[in-house]
Ligand binder design. Structure first.
Ligand code: PGA
Length: 214
């Protein structure tokens, strides 16, 4: 069985003060060991996460150079990141990320030992470039992101099983979009839901902990 993965995607929320409080709380919490979790804060707080698994929300595909405002895979590794979210729907929508850019970022992340969490809005976005790679897929329908209207467990399972046919049995497929402490366990009960990508509900450490343990 694949180890379930719970990802906190803070997006552009929480500065270092809030991050430090969140970390302190998590460090003192008892967390069941059959679940893996990772927190993806803004870049500015990554250095605070020493004992808590952490990842980034984005990175550039080039190694270094004249790319003002960008962050490289090697820099994320230096900060102890293990995962990096790639191709989130907000990046596709507001920053013009295409499937080609996603494929380039995935290749660079893997070359640096970072596990990409590749976000897709549909089965079609699981392109051949993503197949056969050691990645995590997160299915996040746009109508469910930040709307309070999560997919039903049946819908998630239906789409996940189609994604499963493309990527095989060893890739974890997460669901994201209005995940809450209330709906987490019914989503996680689906055979092809191997974890959750949690936005708004991950900002409150108590709620995120409930989701980890649901
Ligand atoms: P949400 O965001 O949980 O706030 O809907 C999920 C995401 O966009 O990763």
């Amino acid at each position: 069985m694949l180890t379930p993965l719970l990802v906190a995607n803070w997006k552009m929320n929480h500065g270092i003060t809030e991050a430090a409080e969140f970390i302190q709380f998590l460090e003192n919490a008892e967390i069941s060991s059959d679940r893996e979790f990772v927190v993806c804060p803004p870049f500015t707080s990554l250095h605070l996460f020493k004992n808590i698994p952490h990842g980034a929300q984005n990175m550039h595909w080039e190694e270094s150079g004249a790319f003002t405002g960008e962050v490289s895979a090697a820099m994320l590794k230096e900060l102890g990141c293990t995962y990096v979210i790639i191709g989130h729907s907000e990046r596709r929508q507001h920053f013009g990320e295409t499937d080609d850019i996603v494929a380039k970022k995935v290749a660079t992340a893997l070359a640096h030992g970072l596990t990409p969490i590749v976000c897709v809005r549909s089965v079609d976005e699981v392109t051949p470039a993503l197949v056969g790679k050691e990645i995590v897929i997160a299915y996040e329908p746009v109508w469910a992101i930040g709307t309070g209207k999560a997919a039903t467990p049946e819908h998630a399972q239906d789409i996940h099983s189609q994604i499963r046919k493309r990527v095989g049995d060893t890739v974890r497929i997460l669901y994201g979009g209005s995940v809450s402490a209330e709906n987490a366990s019914s989503l996680m009960a689906q055979p092809d839901v191997n974890g959750l990508l949690v936005g708004g509900a991950s900002l409150d450490v108590n709620i995120f902990l409930k989701i980890i343990q649901s």
